[in-house]
Design a protein around this ligand. Structure first.
Ligand SMILES: *[C@@H]1O[C@H](CO)[C@@H](O)[C@H](O)[C@H]1NC(C)=O
Ligand SMILES: *[C@@H]1O[C@H](CO)[C@@H](O)[C@H](O)[C@H]1NC(C)=O
Length: 321
């Protein structure tokens, strides 16, 4: 579109607005919506030897594409900043994802930074400043450690296996699955739509016996591990917009290594799309913003180029920082 064309379009919109506001003098109160959400992703420390030549920290592109596919933009967040710098970032982003990986959930930089954001998000939500957090795999495990105040993980190996979910009755009235087509909800309970790549998890019994976890999160699904342990696989905050999945919704559309059991069926893809859209919609409810467009532009993932990684990792592409 040419500049003049764009200008004409903007003018037309403004004219339309003035016209409407005159025709409807009563002010309609409605929830403010932010249609340009930015979701932060904490980087992960590189531990894989093959990845070390490229950088110290990374984010798999699959998570970035997943967030972008829901209608949000991504800001990578390094693990080396000061608390003041994280507080500043918090005022600018509209949601946060704790991704999968391998880090100590109590002593690592990842855990330290996640805790800072978690506390900020709790306080903000308490004050009516909506701020969502999503944890995937290790990210969900981390959420349970932050809420429980202790590490309740035990061996619940489900490594490289796609499974259906044993949905609880709470799933039916959850925010996460609200609006899912009933055909998909049914498929979720008997088709292997969720990719699992983990050795640890929180067993249902341990979760229910922990007062903090039990009062903070609703359990939306459980699964059975290779060793027979029943583990919690999907959670949703009762009062807070905090969500966790022990499985990996992003792989369904953005990872393809044929040695790995990534679900790619029509419904697996639909599940991944709907959850990405769900979390972006949560982000739209946050009115945090950058101080100016230049600061926003320089903070986004678009400043980085992913590296082709399918010939030395199970990922297709990785961002290094
Ligand atoms: C769902 O729960 C049943 C009963 O506990 C169990 O036999 C089954 O293996 C579980 N399904 C999955 C996918 O974990
Ligand atoms: C992977 O492929 C790229 C080219 O696409 C190549 O430059 C690189 O050396 C390869 N890495 C390995 C470990 O084979």
């Amino acid at each position: 579109m040419s500049n003049t064309g764009l200008l004409a379009y903007v003018c037309f919109l403004l004219a339309g607005c003035f016209c409407c506001s005159r025709a409807m003098p009563t002010k309609v109160s409605q929830k403010a919506v932010n249609d340009r959400p930015v979701i932060g992703i904490l980087t992960q420390l590189v531990s894989d030897e093959a990845m070390k030549p490229f950088g110290r920290t990374y984010i798999p592109s699959s998570y970035v594409k997943y967030i972008e596919s829901g209608g949000s933009r991504v800001m990578p967040i390094r693990l080396t900043l000061t608390t003041a710098e994280y507080e500043d970032i918090f005022r600018k982003i509209n949601g946060l994802i704790f991704i999968g990986g391998a880090a100590d959930l109590e002593t690592s930089d990842f855990a330290r930074v996640a805790k800072i954001f978690f506390k900020l998000a709790e306080t903000a939500n308490d004050a009516g400043d909506f701020f969502p957090i999503w944890g995937t795999c290790m990210g969900m495990q981390l959420l349970t450690v932050l809420v429980a105040g202790q590490n309740l993980l035990t061996k619940t190996t489900a490594e490289n296996v796609a499974m259906p979910l044993n949905l609880t009755t709470e799933a039916g009235s959850s925010r996460m699955f609200e609006g899912f087509p009933s055909e998909l909800m049914k498929a979720l309970t008997h088709k292997p739509l969720t990719g699992n790549f983990h050795h640890y998890g929180v067993e249902v019994k341990n979760f229910q016996e922990n007062e903090n976890l039990q009062s903070f999160f609703s359990i939306l699904s459980t699964n059975v591990a290779e060793n027979g342990a029943h583990f919690v696989s999907t959670i949703e905050g009762k009062r807070y917009p905090f969500y966790g999945v022990q499985w990996h919704p992003e792989v369904n559309r953005f990872q393809w290594d044929s040695r790995l059991n990534f679900p790619h069926s029509r419904q697996a893809v639909q599940l991944s799309s709907l959850l990405a859209e769900f979390f972006s919609n949560e982000g739209r409810r946050s009115l945090h913003r950058f101080d100016n467009p230049e600061e926003e532009a320089s903070s986004l993932i678009y400043n980085y180029t992913p590296v082709y990684a399918a010939n030395f990792t199970g990922y297709e592409q990785l961002y290094f920082f």
